[in-house]
Design a protein around this ligand. Structure first.
Ligand code: FES
Length: 574
């Protein structure tokens, strides 16, 4: 690799002889740095989302030390800094409400500081898109390190998966198949090591996405958090970012349209989370790539699901790692991918994966004998979703892919909770459950409530899946015939707001159609009578979010955050 000899950005802070340079160096020296720390070596920011309130990222202080070791070995000057951490399990009303806020923190922290290159430490769901969105709006050399999944859950000798088995156990308790005592016993059996969810939920999906995009070292996605090779990955990541600064290998050279197209195809092959749709569109928007729902449908349409992991299959991320991890998937797909894209290694994706070996073809199926035929995300449109909605066929019941049913409508999540187990609720297995006002503005933050649990009385009858439609998202660990991300959302007066109990709805996944079978004149009458719900909160960040948030088809970013604003800061602080 060639050294560009481009002046380092950090030297604008540390390289002078004036008052301001004195200030920049002197105060840093209170941490014990010698003079030669400021001699022109690359300053590497280690952006850490460690927090005890984000348990999936609770081991990141150790990981940051390994990155620091790598940076020092390669001749860089590591500086660790915190970013707002987003813990999926604790944050209310939903971590997604704060993804864009964290991205602002990251963008401004990188740009405003004397940093030449940055390592993003990510794990729990939203931390990956938030940090990459922020970094993309600055466009310095950047590399991502995922924290790694937890070890497989193990309950009474059976493998259990984060999230996926929570939804299952919860329904088993409601259906009387599992005792509350056993339910509570499973808590510590599920989360038994450091790391993020070990199903192919959103965190594992986004770890696959950054590897597929080429912004993480090969192997990043699957190494368990507590495997020594995760620490090694951290050290190698620290070494590599120093080289990337010397090569001026900025994010925009890696995050090209071809890279995003690769990621969409890989999402299909791993049976990835529906949340990747909004996250990739938002990241692309920050770096200037116009990614659309149509791209998701077109590129995912012929991609079979190769990876047999929960929630679509039966294995977990630890098994995925032992089978060879994402490089094997990339190699299976290479004829369909853009193998010539540049990655953080300085080499192409095709070069990176040469020699990848599949050690378990039941975990990672070969392309000629896929795990499931339909891996991609299907994008639906119609009079119920003029700007689109999505469904994940690999996690749904094939028998419901074409379905006409009577709507049972819930106007809010509270309305759903109050009604769902009412014995008098007029609902049967052929009905379509509709949830309104849970989109970006309506919730606010587009919470993961779209996979509504089924009515208790139907669970007791043995019903396991029904068509559900909403403007919400669902956890990447969830499953079912769940139509999500309906746009425009109900709280903005989208057609979803006009659905009433008893309306007939047609879902046709093969035809990519979602139709509300109500006459136009009646819909016009309902629209006339519709009134927007009062915002959940006034003032503060949430009011800014509600005013500026984009709809699901545009990635749910804030309108004024879209785009790359670069790294230049010409003015001094004193
Ligand atoms: Fe953090 Fe699932 S809750 S990754």
């Amino acid at each position: 690799m060639t050294d560009t000899k481009k002046p380092l950005r950090s030297q604008a802070w540390f390289g002078g002889d004036d008052k301001d340079s004195f200030i920049h160096r002197s105060w840093m020296k209170n941490q014990g740095h010698p003079n030669d720390a400021f001699d022109g070596r690359p300053v590497i920011g280690i952006c850490n989302t460690w927090s005890e309130l984000t348990p999936c990222n609770g081991h990141f202080r150790d990981l940051a030390e390994m990155v620091r070791r790598g940076v020092l070995e390669a001749g860089g000057f590591p500086v660790e800094f915190p970013a707002m951490s987003l813990g999926e399990t604790n944050l209310r009303p939903t971590a997604m409400l704060f993804r864009n806020l964290a991205s602002m923190d990251v963008e401004e922290s990188i740009r405003a500081n004397p940093i030449d290159g940055v390592v993003l430490l990510v794990g729990c769901d939203k931390t990956t898109p938030a940090l990459l969105m922020g970094a993309a709006s600055v466009d310095l050399p950047t590399i991502v390190l995922s924290g790694g999944p937890m070890l497989n859950g193990n309950y009474r000798g059976q493998a259990i998966g984060s999230g996926t088995d929570v939804w299952k156990f919860s329904e088993d308790v409601r259906a009387g198949r599992m005792s509350l005592h056993d339910f509570k016993q499973a808590e510590s059996a599920m989360s038994r090591s450091s790391g993020h969810c070990m199903t192919m939920g959103t965190a594992s999906t986004m770890a696959c996405m950054v590897e597929a995009l080429g912004v993480a070292l090969p192997g990043n996605a699957a190494i368990p958090a507590v495997d020594a090779r995760r620490k090694l990955q951290a050290q190698l990541t620290g070494r590599r970012i120093v080289g990337m600064v010397h090569e001026d290998l900025t994010l925009s050279k890696i995050l090209t349209r071809a890279a995003f197209e690769n990621a969409i195809m890989v999402n299909g092959a791993v049976g990835g989370s529906t949340n990747a749709v909004v996250h990739l569109i938002a990241i692309a928007g920050r770096i200037g790539v116009d990614l659309t729902l149509a791209d998701w449908d077109r590129l995912g349409r012929d991609i079979p699901c190769l990876v047999n992991l929960m929630p679509s299959g039966k294995y977990l991320m630890e098994d995925f790692y032992y089978a060879g991890g994402l490089p094997v998937v990339l190699q299976e797909l290479i004829a369909k991918l853009h193998g010539d894209v540049l990655t953080v290694t300085g080499h192409t994706m095709a070069d990176n994966i040469a020699g990848a070996e599949n050690f378990n073809e039941d975990v990672i199926h070969p392309l000629p004998a896929p795990f499931k035929q339909n891996g991609g995300i299907a994008v639906l449109t119609g009079n119920l979703a003029p700007r689109g909605a999505i469904v994940k066929p690999s996690a749904a019941d094939p028998a419901l892919m074409q379905h006409r049913g009577r709507a049972v409508v819930f106007t809010s999540i509270e309305h759903y909770k109050a009604r769902i187990d009412d014995p008098d609720l007029d609902i049967d297995a052929s009905c379509i459950m509709v949830l309104q006002n849970c989109g970006p503005v309506g919730y606010p933050g587009m919470a993961e409530v779209g996979n509504m649990g089924l009515p208790k009385k139907l669970l007791e009858q043995g019903v396991r899946d029904m068509v559900r439609i909403s403007d919400a998202r669902m956890s990447g660990t969830a499953y079912g015939t769940v139509v999500l991300h309906v746009a425009p959302e109900a709280a903005l007066g989208g057609p979803l707001a006009l659905v009433r109990d008893g309306d007939m709805i047609e879902l046709d996944v093969a035809g990519r159609r979602l139709h509300l079978d109500v006459a136009d004149a009646e819909l016009a009458r309902r629209r006339e009578a519709w009134r927007a719900p009062a915002p959940a909160m006034r003032g503060g960040y949430q009011s800014m979010y509600i005013r500026h948030v984009l709809q699901a088809d545009q990635g749910v970013d804030l309108d004024f955050l879209v785009g790359c604003r670069g790294s230049a800061v010409p003015r001094e602080s004193h």
